[in-house]
Design a protein around this ligand. Structure first.
Ligand SMILES: [Zn+2]
Length: 424
């Protein structure tokens, strides 16, 4: 039997409110015991001074596999995940070809068995993400799909979205909505507001996202079928979701670390690494997003890890949208939310592990005895500066480059095996 003893960490498990100094004994691939113990025959990982928590669950990742592997691939993306403490991730279907076919889902799942994170494929909701015909939800689920989305873009019409919500509910998997009214996007490159006007750069109005959010909520209310709103970035979206939840509508929401930490002021650099969809918004939107996390309106933090090559990101106006995020997400959230005193550590860890696991219905986000031994170990106090050249994925398009963050992942354990250890 393989045994690993993690010794002396502060163990925080949001699934049961556990927060105390303890050892964790792992046998084979599962958590066998928590408490003070000696296990003479076990390998020992000294974790004194570190925090041990359930491995992070990231609901929104672009692995770019198949077909865009110059940006990222299944294995490089999972190395980036491990370096960020992410042990379960949901990968989006806007690949080449799109993940709209059961054979593609099965192939991805088979290749993922050797990766350093658990990969949950999100299948396309419509064939080729074209917004014309629904995919076969039951067959995709049988092949290993864990959710449905046309992410990268919205499900094109309200009629199709309504049918997608019903089909997802029938098979019991979540529908992840990229909320955007494409006729309002109009080629904008950043948030439309004072900064875009000053710069003379075409902007995207908040209404592009909010019309989409309103559509998804209306369809969710009309059908009673759950919907999950991805990457919420505006005050209006947060307020609509909050009001709908209060009325009993089964809508959930997530936001991303860049909407918590950054604003459209970053775009003054005209650096395409700060361009994403939806775009970085104003400080008022950022404040609303944080309030949405604090009061539970937004239950999950997901990265929208979106790798693009340096060549693709070279020219501000021509670059594709998206930023990488898995290796920095915990540190950014610790720095912005916990070290500022705005949020407690247990609640942050819940939003990054237990809550997204529950939302997506996967066995993760807990350290209870018998659970898979997926664990992140981090030093809450260690400071480090983000150097794109030292990250573990293939691409370098991080909007946190050069920032000094407080809190660093020291080791990541997946199914009882150490899949990442920080240098030094
Ligand atoms: Zn999206």
């Amino acid at each position: 039997m393989e045994r690993l003893l993690i010794r002396g960490a502060r163990v925080i498990d949001p699934s049961c409110g556990y927060d105390r100094s303890a050892d964790i004994l792992i046998e084979n691939s599962a958590i066998a015991a928590l408490g003070e113990m000696d296990a003479a025959d076990a390998a020992v990982l000294d974790a004194a001074g570190w925090i041990a928590a359930p491995g992070l669950v990231d609901l929104h990742v672009h692995l770019r596999d198949p077909g865009q592997t110059q940006k990222e691939d299944l294995l490089s993306g999972c190395r980036a995940a491990a370096a960020g403490g992410v042990t379960s991730l949901f990968c989006m279907p806007n690949t080449t070809p799109a993940l709209d076919d059961p054979a593609l889902i099965a192939d991805l799942s088979a290749r993922a068995t050797s990766a350093s994170a658990r990969v949950y494929p999100v299948a396309a909701a419509t064939k080729g993400l074209r917004g014309e015909t629904l995919t076969d939800f039951a067959a995709l689920k049988a092949a290993g799909a864990a959710a449905f989305s046309d992410d990268g873009r919205p499900v094109l019409t309200a009629d199709l979205m309504e049918r997608a919500l019903k089909a997802a509910a029938v098979v019991g998997l979540p529908l992840f909505a990229h909320s955007e009214e494409l006729t309002l996007t109009r080629g904008g490159l950043m948030n439309e507001g004072a900064v875009s006007e000053e710069l003379g750069v075409p902007g995207v109005t908040r209404a592009a996202e909010e019309v989409g959010t309103a559509r998804e909520i209306a369809l969710c209310a009309a059908t009673g079928c759950p919907v999950h709103i991805c990457h919420v970035s505006t005050r209006g979206s947060v307020e609509m979701i909050r009001a709908a939840q209060a009325a009993g509508v089964p809508v959930t929401g997530e936001t991303a670390p860049h909407y918590i930490a950054l604003t459209d002021e970053c775009l003054r650099s005209l650096d395409a690494d700060y361009r994403m969809s939806p775009p970085l918004r104003t400080s008022d939107d950022r404040e609303a997003v944080i309030e949405g996390l604090l009061d539970g309106t937004l239950s999950a933090i997901a990265t929208d890890h979106a790798p693009h090559t340096p060549a693709e990101k070279a020219e501000f106006a021509k670059a594709p949208n998206g930023a990488i995020g898995m290796e920095t997400s915990l540190a950014v959230c610790l720095t912005t939310l916990v070290h500022t005193g705005r949020w407690d550590l247990l609640s942050l860890l819940r939003a990054m592990s237990t809550a997204p696991a529950a939302l997506a219905g996967i066995p993760a986000g807990t350290l209870q005895v018998g659970a898979p031994a997926d664990i992140v170990l981090f030093d809450q106090q260690e400071e480090w500066t983000v150097d794109p050249d030292r990250l573990h994925g293939k691409s370098k398009n991080t909007p946190f480059k050069g920032m000094t963050l407080k809190g660093r992942v020291k080791a990541t354990i997946l199914g009882g095996k150490i899949v990442y250890r920080a240098e030094g």
